[in-house]
Design a protein around this ligand. Structure first.
Ligand code: UTP
Length: 476
């Protein structure tokens, strides 16, 4: 039964007033019934117990702290050192149905500026398949290859959940069994002004945004996702972001290594492109594995060299992890006590001026947002593994329309990888003076999941390559 508005209003006032947030009701008397309900809905989404803590964080926000802790480079394991036994172990775990895929897709995708969930962006170089379709095909291909079932959990946010689910339904779950695709929503955080007051986006709406990909862990516990995993016999969670079309969604080598080392949380890293690349750096901090953001890494560390001249802190985070289900259960067993650290960011947040009631579209950052990051779970792991992989094979995120980490660079990298796989399979790819493939190449995950797989598949088939500068697509 829904509670009467006045009861809800009174209840909200008793928690927001002592937290110094009475102003959220400034326009209450002007609101329609519907708007009052919307405001209360927004307020009830906020974890009020945390409000005093958040306010303190926001009020104490100074320039970013640069990490001066004692840090050492993290130990990275190379793919080439991994034995066939471990890969076989990973294959058998997949075949036994103990692995789930988890995609975090709750972000706002502000930089891309696409009208719709980011996963619905058409990204592949020839067929313009969407990010979600590429992952779905990879999951389906893995199910077929290992004759297994792989549940896929997609984390959305309250603002993109409906659209995301509708997209999957319209596309008939891209051929996957709908029973094995589950959506769950992450939490939200209010934006604050520098004095620590919650901003109103409209007179009846709180300025809320997703609480960061670190919110995945609590959201898994709160939404019954962890329980669903247990019921399905899932032990390992293959975690990746929605914006990296090159990710190997389910990598037997990575899974095998993670399981063999009894790891709580494992990560993939790539060598940094340059000393100051804008990526997180894997380190060992005070004896625990950790990631330090580029902006928090002291220059002396960023430029440090080993005796042989190679970069000392060279392991970049590409946001690909395996989490053991039990680890997430352990962390979130006490839901009220568990929290990852909050990171503060200054952002432009449109809001309503409390004195005039007018909407303000700030030209400069005016607000503070708090987000948590999944990698902050790393120091909490008793055992972890860091696997080095190749950027060309596994990482080309779509953050922007053009420029760095963009639609352009990602399509280019997908094309390069497909051409390189075809060459590994023995085909001659036409190339231009810059050694770029001539034309566009795309290999569906349903055709092959990696270069070796493609070679095996093409061994007996005769494939006709396009004449120069025509598109080539290899499907199921
Ligand atoms: P980003 O940090 O790139 O953020 O997210 P974003 O929201 O996608 O894009 P911008 O910064 O607004 O341009 C990295 C990954 O984490 C997910 C995103 O969907 C993406 O897969 N994410 C991020 C969440 O799921 N929830 C969040 O609250 C934040």
């Amino acid at each position: 039964m829904t509670r009467p508005i006045e009861t809800r209003h009174q209840a909200a006032k008793t928690v927001f007033a002592p937290a110094g947030q009475t102003h959220v009701f400034t326009f209450w008397s002007e609101l329609t019934q519907n708007q009052k309900e919307q405001l209360l809905d927004d307020l009830e989404r906020i974890d009020v117990e945390q409000l005093p803590h958040w306010r303190q964080l926001v009020a104490g926000a100074g320039p970013e702290r640069i990490a001066s802790d004692k840090i050492e480079p993290a130990t990275v394991i190379s793919r080439s050192s991994i034995s066939e036994d471990i890969i076989d172990h990973g294959r058998s775990i997949l075949a036994a149905g103990k692995v789930a895929a988890l995609t975090v897709a709750g972000g706002q995708g502000t930089r891309l500026g696409f009208d719709g969930p980011k996963g619905a962006f058409p990204i592949s170089p020839v067929k313009r398949k969407t990010l979600f379709q590429l992952f779905a095909e990879a999951i389906l291909a893995t199910e077929r290859r290992y004759e297994t079932r792989i549940p896929w959990y997609v984390m959305t946010s309250p603002s993109n959940d409906e659209q995301t689910q509708a997209f999957f339904s319209e596309r008939r779950f891209f051929g996957l069994s709908p029973h094995r695709v589950r959506f769950f929503q992450q939490g939200v955080m209010p934006s604050f002004d520098p004095a620590g007051r919650i901003l109103l986006e409209e007179k009846h709406r709180v300025a809320l945004s997703p609480d960061g990909h670190g919110g995945t862990l609590l959201a898994m516990a709160k939404t019954g996702t962890l329980a669903d995993m247990t019921a399905r016999g899932i032990e390992h969670i293959s975690y990746f972001q929605v914006d990296n079309p090159l990710v190997t969604c389910l990598d037997p080598l990575f899974i095998g290594l993670h399981a063999q080392r009894n790891a709580d949380m494992s990560s993939k890293a790539v060598p940094k492109a340059d000393d100051l690349e804008c990526v997180g750096n894997f380190v060992v901090k005070n004896g625990r594995p950790a990631i330090i953001e580029y902006s928090n890494l002291l220059d002396e560390f960023a430029h440090a060299r080993n005796e042989d001249g190679t970069r000392k802190f060279d392991a970049a985070n590409i946001a690909i992890h395996i989490l053991s289900r039990r680890f997430v259960e352990r962390l979130t067993a006490d839901r009220t006590a568990f929290a990852l650290p909050w990171h503060l960011a200054k952002k432009k947040v449109p809001h309503v001026d409390l004195d005039t009631g007018e909407r303000v579209d700030p030209a400069e950052p005016n607000a503070l947002k708090l987000e948590s990051f999944i990698f902050d779970a790393l120091p909490l792991a008793d055992h972890s593994v860091l696997l080095e992989t190749s950027r060309a094979d596994e990482f080309s995120p779509v953050k922007n329309m053009t420029g760095i980490d963009s639609v352009e660079t990602s399509r280019r990298d997908q094309n390069r990888r497909a051409a390189q796989w075809l060459e590994t399979a023995g085909l001659a790819i036409p190339r231009d003076e810059q050694d770029e493939p001539k034309g566009m190449f795309e290999i569906s995950p349903l055709a092959a999941l990696d270069a070796v797989h493609l070679k095996e598949r093409l061994g007996s088939e005769s494939v006709r390559l396009p004449e120069a500068e025509k598109d080539f697509y290899l499907g199921d």
